[in-house]
Design a protein around this ligand. Structure first.
Ligand code: NAP
Length: 294
């Protein structure tokens, strides 16, 4: 392997330390404690783990943390009532509704009910629009994590060709906006794109968020490119055990890339800590304090 490994765990640990210090300083100077509320509907085991980890990290940072768990057959109105109560709760600065929701609850209805100032996942149309307008306050966590990794490992990306594969609201669209705001020349690809290998071969920065194990082949990677693999896919090994792989064929890509994120330990390590970053920012903005440089 010739590529530098982009160590998401290390970058995330440093950000976590800065958040911890900033939280303590905020408490001392202003008596302000950032508050995060998580909302889980149903018993999906993976979602339960995600939510538990979010509450745990919030507590470890010194935040006020609260978890709400509704049954799988909860009505949409129950979720909306809870969200409205959290909107009005002055101790709560960030509200995280764990997706996906059971089919009887419309995600759009929940997002429409959520106060954009507390939307720490940055999924509401208001926050998406602010990002598009260059006035973002809260930015979607995984794309923010990617930008922080690029800042650390690449620095200035102005003028570079960036390709984002995937156009989800959660990742692809906000990631493209952030790369554009950082003056990259951005191309977005998706399932209907023609000649994906050729698009990849042009990219100085190749970002894959597809959800297909090792889909991007090593020889699609331009020599000296930076590869950001957002995918998290569980695959079965021959011996019956399972392991996580990304959307990029890592070993082959690492032969050509200048730098590459591993899976796990790359982008995924940044997401929860960026959620905490958003909660701290939301708390400071709600208190009329200047947005911190984090
Ligand atoms: P998603 O909503 O399913 O979107 C997948 C995107 O990939 C879609 O835009 C789709 O195109 C595109 N796509 C599918 N097949 C393709 C193909 N053959 N060629 C080109 N594009 C193709 O997924 P997501 O939520 O963005 O997540 C993507 C991956 O990132 C998943 O593995 C997920 O687990 C991972 N993820 C990780 C984190 C993290 O914390 N690290 C956070 C979020 C997501 P169309 O729009 O045309 O269908």
């Amino acid at each position: 392997m010739t590529a530098t490994l982009i160590d998401g765990k290390a970058v995330a640990a440093r950000l976590r330390q800065r958040l911890f210090e900033q939280t303590a300083a905020l408490k001392d100077a202003h008596g302000l404690v950032p508050g995060l509320a998580t909302v889980l509907v149903g018993d999906d085991p993976a979602s339960e783990v995600y939510v538990r980890n979010k509450n745990k990290m919030a507590e470890a940072l010194g935040f006020y943390s609260r978890s709400h768990h509704l049954p799988a057959d909860a009505r949409e109105e129950d979720v909306l009532t809870l969200v409205r109560a959290l909107n009005a709760d002055p101790k709560i600065h960030g509200i995280l509704v764990q997706m996906p929701l059971p089919p009887q609850i419309r995600e759009a209805a929940v997002l429409d009910a959520l106060d954009p100032a507390k939307d720490v996942d940055a999924l509401t149309p208001a926050n998406a629009g602010l990002l598009l307008s260059g006035r973002a306050q809260l930015v979607s966590c995984t794309p923010m994590g990617v930008m922080l990794l690029l800042k650390e490992y690449v620095g200035d990306i102005a003028g570079q060709e960036a390709l984002v594969i995937g156009r989800s609201l959660l990742f692809g669209k906000p990631a493209a906006q952030l790369l554009l705001a950082a003056n990259a020349t951005v191309t977005m690809a998706h399932s209907k794109s023609r000649n994906l290998p050729d698009l990849c071969r042009r990219a100085d920065i190749l970002v894959a968020a597809i959800g297909r194990p090792e889909f991007v082949q090593g020889d699609w990677v331009r020599q000296g490119a930076v590869v950001i693999d957002v995918g998290i896919n569980r695959v079965q090994s021959n011996d019956g055990s399972s392991r996580l792989v990304g959307d990029v064929a890592f070993a082959a890509a690492a032969q050509r890339a200048r730098a590459i994120t591993p899976v796990p330990g790359g982008v995924g390590a940044m997401t929860i800590v960026c959620l905490m970053r958003n909660t701290l920012i939301a708390a400071m903005l709600a208190a009329g304090l200047e947005r911190p440089e984090l």
